[in-house]
Design a protein around this ligand. Structure first.
Ligand SMILES: [Ca+2]
Length: 100
């Protein structure tokens, strides 16, 4: 696992999805924010201060975030949609794909 760029970050509202994965499942998440700067985190516990499996924070306002991860075992993971800075939030579209 990697650090998500520092603990205690991303002071913004979040939306949390719980996803069930099986060993060797490869998951790809595409997040398209509309009018704001988003971040995706994938965590094993529901706490943004913890280490994460993967995350994406690039490109600025309306930047599409893409994160991929392969499960090493059967797993329940949390996908967290965040604002990149304090109070930042807005509408979005999300796609979660299982990639064989
Ligand atoms: Ca971003």
């Amino acid at each position: 696992m990697t650090s998500c760029g520092g603990a205690g970050f991303f002071d913004a509202p979040e939306v949390v999805y719980s996803i069930q994965l099986h060993q060797n499942d490869h998951i790809g998440i595409t997040l398209t924010p509309m009018g704001w700067d988003a971040v995706i985190l994938m965590l094993n516990v529901c706490s943004e201060g913890s280490d994460c499996f993967t995350y994406s924070d690039g490109l600025g306002v309306d930047g599409v975030e893409i994160a991929e991860w392969t499960a090493a075992m059967d797993f329940s993971a949390y996908v967290i949609i965040e604002g990149a800075s304090g109070g930042e939030t807005g509408p979005y579209e999300i796609g979660i794909d299982y990639i064989p």
